[in-house]
Write a protein that binds this ligand. Sequence first.
Ligand SMILES: [Zn+2]
Length: 125
Amino acid sequence: MKVLIDEAQAERDAFHSCYGFFGGCNCHSMPPCGFCTHPGNPTNQEEDESCWREEPLQAGRIYLSNFGWFGEFSRIGGTGMAIFHPPGEPDMQSSWAADLDKIEREATPEEAKAYKEECNYVDKE
Ligand SMILES: [Zn+2]
C-alpha cells in the first residue's frame, strides 16, 4: 500500500489547514496560484513518486479500498492479491480479494469501529 512519507504528510496537513478540504484554485486571477503550486496539494503529490513509500498490509487491521469498501486484511493470496474478510471472521466463504494498488489506506479508528459495528462484530475485551 502506498503511504505518504512523513514530510509529504506534513505538507499535506499544511495544505489542508491552509485551504481546508474543499479549497479552490485562484488561477483565474493570478496563475499559477498558491493552491495549485502548494507541495502538499494531493494532485501534485499523486504525481511525485518521492512523496510515497510502500507499506506492507498488516493482518488484523482494517483497510479501505478505493471502491469505498472496508475489510480486515488477512494475507496475500497466491495470485498476489490481498485477501480480506469481515472483522473477526477469517472464513474462506466470506473472503474477498483486491489488487494491492486498489487499497486506499488504513481505516481510521472511528471508521474501523463503525465498520465492526455494521458487521455486528464486538472486539474481545
Ligand atoms: Zn490554481
